[in-house]
Design a protein around this ligand. Structure first.
Ligand SMILES: Cc1cc2nc3c(=O)[nH]c(=O)nc-3n(C[C@H](O)[C@H](O)[C@H](O)COP(=O)(O)O)c2cc1C
Length: 260
C-alpha cells in the first residue's frame, strides 16, 4: 500500500544522514516526499505535521543530538504522526542520541514507531586518515530501504507501538563545542564561498579573505568536505588527536542497528 506523504526532517552537515533517510523513505514507498532541512538556520515559525509518516534524522555528536538541531526541531510539532527516528554515527558509538531524539520527538507530538542507528563516514575522516570512509555504503543503503519496507509492513498491521531503544536516561553529559575550527589556506583558496554557504551556524565570512568565528563553530566539517580545492583542512591538534584515537579504537566496521 502507498502511504501518501512522507515528511523528512533532518540535520545533515556532511550529507550522510540525508542519504540514509532518503533510503528509508524509498522503502516506505510514498506518493509524495516533503523535506524539512534543519541543517541551515530556519525560519522561526511553528510547523505542524498532521498526516503521513515522519522520518527524523540526526547525526550523533559526542553521543547526543547536536544542540543546534534540537533548537531547530523545537519548531516542529506533530499530532500523533507515526515517526521513524534515525541517528547517524561515525562508527564510534551512538550512545544516548536515539533515546534523546525519541524523548524530544514524543514531547513534540510525534508517535515513534521505529528507530535505527546507521553508520556514516566520520566528519573527521580524510583520504589519508579514513574513518568509516564511504559509509553509508551499498549494503547500509539496502538495509535502510529494507528497514523502510519493514516499517511500512508494521503500519499495515496497525502496530503503532514505540519500540525499546538502546541508550540511557539521564543522557551522558553534553560536550561543549567551540573554539576549534577548520582554517583556510589562503594560498590555495579561490574565494568561491561554498564554505560559507554550507556552514550550519554561519560562522564563515568570505570577502577578499575567509574568516571563521571559531568560538561558535560546531566542528561539523561541512566546509572541509565541500571545498573544491581542499583549502580547509581540519588539522587543529584537538582534531588530529581525536582522529588518531578513532582510527586506533573504532576501525572495525559496525553494522546498523534497528529498533522496530
Ligand atoms: C562534533 C562531532 C561529534 C561527533 N561525535 C560522534 C560520536 O559521539 N560518535 C560517533 O560515532 N560519531 C561521531 N561523530 C561523527 C558523526 O556522527 C558522523 O560523521 C555523521 O555521519 C555525520 O552526519 P552528517 O553527514 O549527516 O553530517 C561526530 C562528529 C562531529 C562533527
Amino acid at each position: 500500500m502507498k502511504h501518501n506523504n512522507v515528511h523528512l526532517i533532518y540535520f545533515s552537515p556532511t550529507g550522510t544522514t540525508r542519504k540514509i533517510i532518503n533510503a528509508v523513505a524509498e522503502g516506505l514507498n510514498p506518493e509524495q516526499v516533503n523535506c524539512y532541512d534543519l541543517t541551515y538556520p530556519i525560519e522561526k515559525t511553528e510547523q505542524n505535521i498532521v498526516d503521513g509518516i515522519a522520518v527524523i534524522g540526526v547525526p550523533v555528536y559526542a553521543g547526543r543530538v547536536p544542540k543546534d538541531c534540537l533548537e531547530r526541531m523545537a519548531y516542529y510539532k506533530a499530532h500523533n504522526v507515526p515517526t521513524v527516528l534515525i541517528a547517524l554515527y561515525g562508527n564510534r558509538e551512538f550512545e544516548d542520541a536515539l533515546v534523546e531524539l525519541r524523548d524530544i520527538a514524543i514531547t513534540q507530538g510525534f508517535n515513534v514507531i521505529a528507530a535505527g542507528a546507521f553508520i556514516g563516514e566520520h566528519s573527521y575522516s580524510t583520504p589519508e586518515r579514513p574513518i568509516a570512509a564511504g559509509r553509508p555504503n551499498g549494503e547500509d543503503l539496502s538495509l535502510a530501504v529494507k528497514f523502510g519496507q519493514e516499517i511500512a509492513a508494521k503500519i499495515e498491521l496497525n502496530d503503532f507501538n514505540t519500540p525499546e531503544i538502546d541508550g540511557n536516561v539521564p543522557y551522558k553529559e553534553r560536550v561543549k563545542f567551540g573554539g576549534v575550527a577548520p582554517e583556510t589556506d589562503a594560498d590555495i583558496c579561490i574565494l568561491c564561498g561554498r564554505c560559507a554557504e554550507v556552514c550550519p551556524v554561519r560562522v564563515i565570512t568570505v570577502s577578499n579573505a575567509v574568516t571563521t568565528q571559531a568560538e561558535n563553530c560546531i566542528m561539523c566539517s561541512a566546509c572541509v568536505k565541500i571545498c573544491p580545492v581542499e583549502a580547509r583542512p581540519f588539522n587543529h591538534p584537538v582534531i588530529k588527536e581525536r582522529r588518531e584515537l578513532l582510527i586506533k579504537n573504532c576501525s572495525t566496521a559496525k553494522r546498523p542497528k534497528i529498533f522496530l
